[in-house]
Design a protein. Structure first.
Length: 95
């Protein structure tokens, strides 16, 4: 099985760590970030080292200056178009 480099972005540390554990146990390389800004810094540093994430999992409602959609727009502006999976814990939401 191919190892997938995954970035998990969410403001719930326990959920980030749980997902990282599950995906790590499946053999994937996982990095977590608690905010969109932290994730952008991680992505920028990875780009300098010629590393890229195959999948970015982000919360739709981040508790910082940007939401999940704004975060993904920023990623596409300066980096590349990764596969993205946006999640939310809310029952009703609009994209």
């Amino acid at each position: 099985m191919k190892t997938v480099n995954i970035l998990i972005v969410g403001d719930e540390p326990m959920l980030n760590e749980f997902l990282a554990f599950l995906l790590g146990e499946a053999g994937h390389q996982v990095t977590t970030a608690r905010s969109g800004q932290e994730a952008l810094e991680i992505i920028k540093a990875a780009k300098v080292n010629h590393h890229r994430f195959n999948l970015i999992m982000t919360d739709k409602d981040l508790n910082d200056r940007m939401d999940g959609m704004g975060f993904m727009r920023r990623v596409r502006e300066f980096c590349y178009e990764p596969v993205a999976w946006m999640v939310t814990g809310y029952m009703e939401t609009e994209l």
